[in-house]
Ligand binder design. Structure first.
Ligand code: AMP
Ligand code: MG
Length: 487
């Protein structure tokens, strides 16, 4: 089924432990991503649903797989834990996809490993469906993220606060190397392993770095840039990751670990959903600062590789951290300018954007709909459709609209402006209450709404009348105020 080529398994023994999936009584295929399987070049000849459930439920180890749990450490909510690792996941192996890119195939929720500590290594159905929905929503939005290849129910029960159905999720990633993977070796003072890992990462993700004078500095710089751009993308779609621990930050620049994540409904920069984020460390607007903090932790691990002279190494690392801030600011401005339909340059653009965000906050306006409907106003729709999004239209809203109208007045037609804005402002996001609704039905064996939601989210920029219900913000009764890690 797979043509595996397992470069991570060839790294030294300290990088991983062998792992075996647990037995599952009755694996059943929930969903399989045929388009992604095609992209990966999988050979599905003769693979019926039962066979897919066996393989992606961990009951049949495909030929060429070398299942292993990866070692890593990490800062969790600012506190360093030297020993985390794949406690409920295993890497089956790597394939080279049709575009020539190396991709990891990982099972999540497939049973305990050497790194499970007190955990059971299992995943409940809810978190598996959530990760499936949000990863594929990200793919359709064009935001870098790990992908969903399969979801399989195990027929086993997992014990959380209540008994829940178990499931296995198959995740595809450019790699699963995290900031925490570097920290694992750096914390042990194993500089050789840090270098081996950095070389692996350069070969895999940043081959151009090899051609520069200081490849490790070039690698760090590029990781920082990708993360800065990624977090700007998150903010542009109203996304809150929820658990930006250093073990949940991928070196590839892909969004990873859709645990307690959530999309904003009404705009609030301090918004937090995760039940365990009591101090709001990972609030919406804190994400760029946390991203930079995580990159600082990565830079610390790499110091001995950056320069033999420690002071020079620190200076280089500080340069990267500053660049992170600059790249983020620039990417954020570009993204929000296009969301507002602003072309060219104007020194007041940043203020025009932040003023709108402040009005949205005051008026509790829905993040996604504000930009979508503003696109229509740019195309000639009535202003009332926009002002109606605010619970109480805040003073200053009509002044803001006047400023905005003057600013977007370029040589495009109104229709052209609307088309350009609608192409960057999604009509549909994976709203929390819809995800919860899909999970609630699935726990009772009805997967129809889950499938409908996944299919709808494949086209976030078009307004299909058949899915109008999925675009609507929650009613007060439907609002989700808390999300959970699902561990
Ligand atoms: P997370 O923040 O969800 O990515 O998980 C943090 C750490 O906890 C990782 O090392 C996971 O492998 C581990 N973990 C989470 N859930 C479980 C579980 N059910 N069993 C074992 N380990 C787990
Ligand atoms: Mg994690």
């Amino acid at each position: 089924m797979f043509s595996f080529d397992n470069s991570y398994a060839r790294l030294p023994q300290s990088f991983h432990r062998p792992a075996r999936p647990a037995a599952a009584r009755a694996p059943g295929l929930i969903r399989f991503n045929h388009a992604l399987a095609e992209e990966l070049g999988l050979d599905l000849e003769g693979a019926d649903e039962a066979r897919l459930a066996q393989v992606f439920g961990g009951q049949v180890i495909p030929v060429g797989a070398e299942p292993l749990a990866q070692a890593y450490a990490g800062h969790q909510f600012g506190h360093f834990n030297p020993q985390l690792g794949d406690g409920r996941a295993l890497l089956l192996g790597e394939v080279i996809d049709r575009a020539g890119r190396r991709r990891d195939i990982q099972l999540k929720g497939s049973g305990p490993t050497a790194f499970s500590r007190n955990g059971d290594g299992m995943a409940a159905l809810g978190p598996v469906l959530r990760e499936y929905i949000v990863s594929e929503a990200f793919a359709a939005l064009g935001v870098p993220a790990t992908r969903a290849l399969a979801a399989v129910s195990t027929g086993e029960r997992v014990v959380r606060e209540t008994m829940l159905p178990g499931a296995v999720f198959t995740r595809v990633a450019a790699s699963h190397v995290r900031v925490g993977t570097f920290q694992f070796f750096a914390a042990q003072g194993d500089e050789q392993a840090v270098q081996t890992l950095a070389d692996h990462v350069i070969d895999r993700h940043y081959p151009e770095a090899r051609e520069t004078e200081n490849p490790y500095l070039a690698m760090l710089t590029q990781v920082a840039e990708r993360q800065a751009r990624l977090i700007a993308r998150w903010l542009s779609i109203g996304f809150i990751h929820g658990v930006m621990n250093t073990d949940n930050m991928a070196i590839s620049g892909e969004t990873i670990d859709f645990g307690p994540c959530a999309f904003l409904d009404e705009y609030d920069p301090r918004k937090v959903f995760s039940s365990i984020d009591q101090r709001g460390r990972y609030a919406y607007a804190n994400q760029p600062g946390i991203g930079q903090w995580n990159i600082a932790r990565l830079a610390e691990c790499l110091l001995p590789l950056l320069d033999a002279d420690e002071e020079k190494a620190i200076e280089a690392a500080n340069g990267v951290l500053k660049a992170f801030g600059d790249v983020f600011q620039e990417a954020w401005l570009e993204l929000f300018k296009s969301k507002l339909g602003l072309t060219g340059e104007d020194p007041d653009d940043r203020l025009l954007i932040t003023d709108l965000l402040e009005l949205m906050h005051l008026g509790e306006a829905d993040f996604t709909l504000t930009f979508r409907i503003l696109s229509k106003v740019a195309g000639g729709a009535a202003v009332k459709t926009f002002t109606d999004l605010f619970t109480v239209p805040p003073p200053g809203l009509s002044d803001w609209l006047t400023r905005w109208r003057a600013r977007i007045d370029d040589d495009r037609t109104a229709a052209e402006r609307q088309t350009a804005m609608e192409a960057v402002n999604p009509a549909l996001i994976a709203r929390n209450h819809r995800i919860e609704e899909a999970i609630a039905a699935a726990v009772y064996g009805d997967f129809s709404f889950f499938h409908r939601l996944v299919e709808a989210l494949a086209n976030p920029y078009v307004e299909d009348p058949d899915i109008a219900d999925l675009r609507v913000p929650p009613t007060p009764d439907e609002r989700v105020t808390r999300t959970f890690c699902g561990t």
